[in-house]
Design a protein around this ligand. Sequence first.
Ligand code: SF4
Ligand code: SF4
Length: 361
Amino acid sequence: MNKVYIREINSYAHADLEIFIKNFFLEYFDAFKNVRKILLKPNILQASIPERGVTTHPDFIRVVIKALREIGNFEILLGDSPGANFKNYDKVLKITGIKKVCEDERVKIVKIENFKPLLIDDTIISSIINDVDLIINLPKLKTHSLTGLTLAVKNLFGLVPGTNKVNFHRKNPVDEKLADAIFKVYDIVKNKCIHILDGIIAHEGDGPSRGSPVALNFVAASDNAVCLDMAVCDILGLGRGFCLTNKSALKNDDVYKFTITGDKISRKIKIPLSRKSLKVPNFLKKFVANNIYVKPEVNKKCIGCLLCLNSCPVYAIKKSDDGKVIIDKKACIECFCCHEVCESGAIDLKRSFFHRVIVND
Ligand code: SF4
Ligand code: SF4
């Protein structure tokens, strides 16, 4: 039976964090047999300071590196592909505090896009997966406007290089289909991954980047990302299917049974507007469905950086005459990639009239 380790920890500086991670590594010591090169795969979505809870906290990464150094002499790499922000990788690494940690701890930063893309089972993925012996997945616990939550399975989507992620959205415009495609990425790499989730400062509301930080004060680890993600849904009191990649996992007929080792805890989190449930009976839903939506809208903070334009899978964003951007709401498929990548807080999610009336606040 799979195991998920959970520990309440209320600060990145707490000695318990180091003990938890070290014990987890010792528990899975076999996973390190014949391992020479390790990739740390944090969530580095955008240039956001650690206190906002958008990216894996640098102090969390530091503790992982220190624990690794104690159990073996590995070559440690760190890398991610932060969506349309991959071109500003250096800036993103600096602002998230991750560059400093890597410099201090002599960890080599790699760019996922610098490794040849592979096509495996109809899925484009960076060949870095073949260059390393083990991937230590370090997701941040966050809500996600499209997939409900972004946890361990979703974090591995960052192994898809750069704007290839936009193609995933283009090919899979419906949220559950996208989750299925993301699950395929996990399926390709799952046998060389272990996972440690940063839920000390998490992100709630309109995640993954425009919500608010929230202290959930726990960490979780497992060698099975799906079990870890399901355990987190249980802790948050959300159905396991609220995290759409869990639904995709269950479609694959696998039985995900696990036991919890450690603290039995529960937490509350504000979910995204776009994932709130309808208050109407099913027979009415189809009559109002077309009028219940949440769409992005550009506000005055726009600086015309065009990150959103480059992320839109259906070309619904155009440059306007004043150098900023406009969104064609009819063309928009509500993937929220623009909302996710905008570092200026310039994209709001606006609810339609019927959404405000019908959907629970
Ligand atoms: S909305 Fe945000 S991402 Fe898009 S151009 Fe403006 S500032 Fe850049
Ligand atoms: S406008 Fe934004 S939410 Fe709409 S399809 Fe484009 S990226 Fe997705």
